[in-house]
Write a protein that binds this ligand. Structure first.
Ligand code: ADP
Ligand code: MG
Length: 853
């Protein structure tokens, strides 16, 4: 250490306290980074790496970014999940004895950014915290610094439930105890992509006690305390905009675990992990960023209370009825800015005059909005606006205080209207009069000297001056002005009188800017009194926005209002998949009915690959989620139960993302569904058991179906390529076979995408291979093989009853041998094979068949 210069020593000392962050070290007009920070930042940000002498033997790696454009670089680092510590000079270099004092004034982390340019306006930006307790429970708490929102949930179903809770939420960073289990930490990083941060303090400071006054559970207070302490250490500023912690009553909402959220592609697609093509993206017809965020919240937690769901449906119905009024409403919502985040920034203290103008414009739009809602003349819609306080007092305050087009900076004046403050008016007059005097002086001097091109100018160094071109200097009476500066073709002069006025003008200007700053801060404080009410108003407007979006969506795609029943009846006429339909167009999408009454819990779905099994199953899940969010649904008519949970499992081979995921994982996931589902749940099992050898898979699939049938009785859609399972219909009374119809046409398979009763007859695998352009000789050979196999005596084909024989009975062996090829052939996933793989497989099969005959 001693070898380094004092400044580098200072750097190292500060860096030691911020090991996990890039330290932006302020040096004049730059933020510099040194040592390892410089090496990696130069790569991450693609900026030049240099070095400097720091007193040690080697030169120190260094890179830097200009102070004024730092935000952009910080943004890049934050987006990559890093943290940035901003270290400023905290004393004037003129006053410094030795090295200028520097301190970290803010720690910017992915979960705590406030800067508008670093935020996605349509998403909340949560910082989460997870605490584990000895009794096996966990708390998950959330804070959105931009809106001041806080909430907490208590989970008692193990760590999986914690992952499910956090999955797909707009969380960037999680705060945990430093002794948190390593493997679990890794899951936060790998599975959820979070930045992990630590805080070991859980006590809630006295000033924040009011935030937790409604929270009874000790664990919750502690869990929130951890989050709060982390915010305090990163922000180092007043946090009085934080709102009281809301307890999330998980029992009031439909629960969707991680696998379901992912498989159903609610918030993002599996392949690209992008929003495009997700249910959220096709449903969003909101007009404001606040509305978008609320829509996402509703999707994250569909309702269970049919009363609350009905309220939403009633309102959507009302909004749907009047096209013109809804158009007007949508237009008016356009002029509402993000009041929620504006309110957050007012409270946080980083709002500027332009932000307040946005707030004013938003408030100006509110009365019109209320008027339009009134015109719907619909009881349910009336409830949407009756409780709204348009905050006209605040609007008036902003209207009379601010000019319409203020600058972004709050230190340059030009924000406050004339006539608001007499002292300010006087300063402005003085400066205006002074300028007027100067204009008159210019005219007078031109007249008296006869020099037409004489002019009075201003610059920062010399202030006001009189300028005469070289050509005219001869006409200037000797001693009239005092010479100040010589240019190539002009001379600049001053007079004592001019300097006197200049002093007055500048003083007036300086004072008026200072006074404006003060007045603005006062105004900001006044606006701050309204933050609570603004947050309420923002919430009400967001709700209107989401509901009008539902109405708009229903109109665009002809969605219908779903009805609910307590008899666990599912009856959808001409249902559609909301996403696939929008992607392929409603003309081409084939609608299908689905019917499950009290005496029918399980639909076993068979049909060729690519026929539409997965689509059909997801369609029901998505329709239920939409209905319980309060939206109308894609169909002609829908009767639904209120589902408490939805479980979705896809067989490993169909799971595109975790293709490598083993059979074990698949079984663990299925097990999770089986342990948590109730008779009020919906289970989708899509080709489960694919990840293992045929008989294992089939046996397990059958056992799972039986278990659901006997023990759980949840409504279940079960698709399978094990044709043998269709014979279960005879034994399990509440199971019914359905299949997706495909037809053969001139040797090709035509998918009709139509659901029909009963089991499918053929697997059409070979036809699909043809579609995939496998060599025709190979296809021919496979077709012949299949014919051969199909012509083998009936009793040698395995049925589900024979399956048990097969597994247990030695005598079944010969039969096994002859159908081995058949089984193998059936289990091949031709879509996933290269022509070479296919050739190899065929070769093996042929060898087996030759041995047998
Ligand atoms: P499976 O699960 O039976 O292999 P998918 O459900 O994955 O089949 O559907 C395969 C493709 O068929 C989908 O990508 C879609 O393009 C199309 N498809 C599915 N269902 C329908 C439908 N009802 N109407 C029109 N096209 C459909
Ligand atoms: Mg499928």
């Amino acid at each position: 250490m001693a070898q380094y210069t004092p400044m580098i020593q200072q750097y190292l000392k500060i860096k030691a306290q911020h090991k996990d962050a890039y330290l932006f070290f302020r040096l004049g007009d730059f933020y510099e980074m040194f040592f390892q920070d410089a090496l990696s930042a130069s790569q991450e940000l693609e900026i030049t790496l240099t070095s400097r002498d720091g007193g040690g033997e080697d030169r120190i790696p260094m890179c830097g970014v200009p102070y004024h454009s730092a935000e952009n670089y910080i943004k890049q680092l934050i987006e990559k999940g890093f943290k940035v510590a901003i270290c400023e000079q905290v004393e004037d270099p003129k006053d410094a004895k030795g090295v200028v004092r520097r301190e970290v004034v803010q720690l910017i982390t992915p979960g705590t950014v406030m800067e508008g340019s670093m935020l996605d306006e349509k998403e909340n930006n949560y910082l989460a915290s997870v605490s584990e307790f000895e009794n096996g429970t966990y708390t998950v708490s959330y804070n959105d610094l931009t809106t001041g929102e806080n909430s907490i949930a208590l989970l008692s179903e193990g760590f999986d439930a914690v992952l499910s809770e956090l999955f797909n939420r707009p969380v960037k960073e999680v705060v945990i105890d430093s002794s948190f289990d390593e493997a679990k930490q890794q899951m936060f990083k790998d599975r959820l992509g979070f930045t992990v941060s630590y805080s070991d303090t859980t006590a809630v400071d006295k000033e924040f006690i009011p935030l937790v006054k409604d929270i009874q559970k000790e664990e919750c207070i502690e869990g929130f305390g951890r989050l709060l302490n982390y915010i305090q250490t990163t922000q180092k500023r007043s946090l009085d905009h934080l709102r009281p912690v809301k307890k999330i009553e998980l029992k009031k909402y439909m629960s969707l675990d991680m696998y379901s959220k992912r498989n159903l592609e609610l918030m993002e697609t599996m392949r690209k992990q992008g929003k495009k093509g997700s249910l959220l993206s096709v449903m969003d017809r909101t007009m404001t960023a606040m509305g978008s965020r609320l829509l996402k919240k509703w999707m994250e937690r569909p309702l269970l209370s049919s009363k609350e769901i009905l309220t939403r449906h009633n309102q959507v119905e009302g909004l749907l009825e009047h096209f013109f009024e809804r158009e007007a409403l949508r237009e008016q919502l356009k002029s509402v800015y993000d009041m929620e985040r504006l309110a957050g920034r007012v409270a946080y203290g980083n709002v500027n005059a332009r932000d307040l103008i946005q707030l004013k414009e938003s408030l100006t739009a509110v009365p019109g909005l209320l008027e339009t809602l009134h015109q719907f003349n619909h009881t349910a819609v009336n409830h949407l606006y009756e409780a709204i306080d348009p905050l006209s007092e605040l609007k008036a305050l902003l209207e009379e205080s601010l000019v319409d087009d203020p600058p972004i900076q709050i230190s340059e004046g030009g924000m406050i209207q004339d006539g608001c403050h007499s002292q300010l008016d006087e300063y402005r007059d003085a400066s205006k009069n002074g300028k007027q005097w100067i204009a008159e002086l210019e005219a007078r001097e031109r007249r008296e000297t006869g020099i037409k091109s004489l002019k009075i100018g201003y610059n920062r160094v010399f202030g006001y001056y009189i300028e005469v071109t070289k050509a005219n200097i001869a006409h200037l009476p000797e001693g009239r002005y005092e010479r100040k500066q010589t240019l190539t073709n002009a001379e600049r002069y001053i007079t004592p009188e001019l300097k006197e006025k200049e002093a007055l003008i500048l003083e007036a200007q300086e004072k008026s800017v200072e006074l404006e700053y003060e007045l603005f801060i006062k105004l900001r404080e006044k606006v701050k009194q309204f933050v609570g009410k603004l947050q309420i108003l923002a919430g009400q407007v967001s709700r209107i926005d989401v509901l009008q979006g539902f109405a708009q969506l229903a109109e665009e795609h002809d969605y219908r209002r779903p009805e609910f029943n307590d008899q666990r009846i599912v009856d959808i006429k001409q249902g559609r998949h909301p996403v696939v339909e929008q992607v392929m167009g409603s003309e081409t999408f084939v609608p299908n009915d689905i019917f499950m009454d009290e005496s029918n819990d399980i639909l076993l779905i068979t049909g060729p690959n690519m026929s539409g099994k997965s689509t059909y199953m997801r369609q029901l899940a998505l329709t239920s989620i939409m209905a319980q969010m309060g939206s109308f649904v894609p169909c002609e008519q829908a009767e639904l139960p209120v589902f408490d949970q939805i479980f979705t499992r896809i067989g490993a081979a169909d799971d595109l993302v975790s293709g490598q995921s083993t059979f074990m994982v698949e079984m663990l996931e299925a097990n999770h569904a089986l342990t948590h589902a109730t008779e009020n749940s919906l289970i989708l099992l899509d080709e489960i058991g694919r990840g293992t050898s045929t008989y294992d898979g089939m046996a397990l699939a059958q056992a799972i179906v039986e278990h659901i049938h006997e023990e759980i009785r949840a409504k279940t859609l079960f698709s399978t390529h094990y044709h043998e399972l269709t014979s279960l219909e005879a034994q399990l009374t509440r199971l019914k076979n359905i299949h997706v119809k495909a037809e053969e046409y001139e040797g090709n398979v035509v998918f009709l995408h139509q659901i029909q009763e009963g089991a499918a007859d053929e697997s059409y695998g070979i036809h699909v291979a043809k579609l995939a352009d496998l060599p025709s000789s190979l296809i021919d050979r496979a077709t012949r093989l299949l014919q051969e196999l199909e012509s083998t005596p009936k009793e040698e084909k395995s049925s589900s009853e024979q399956l048990s024989l097969f597994v247990e009975d030695e005598k079944a062996k010969p039969a096994a041998k002859s159908s081995e090829v058949e089984t193998r052939l059936k289990s091949l996933d031709l879509m996933q094979m290269t022509p070479m793989d296919a050739m190899n497989e065929l070769y093996q099969m042929q060898k087996k068949v030759k041995q047998n005959y």
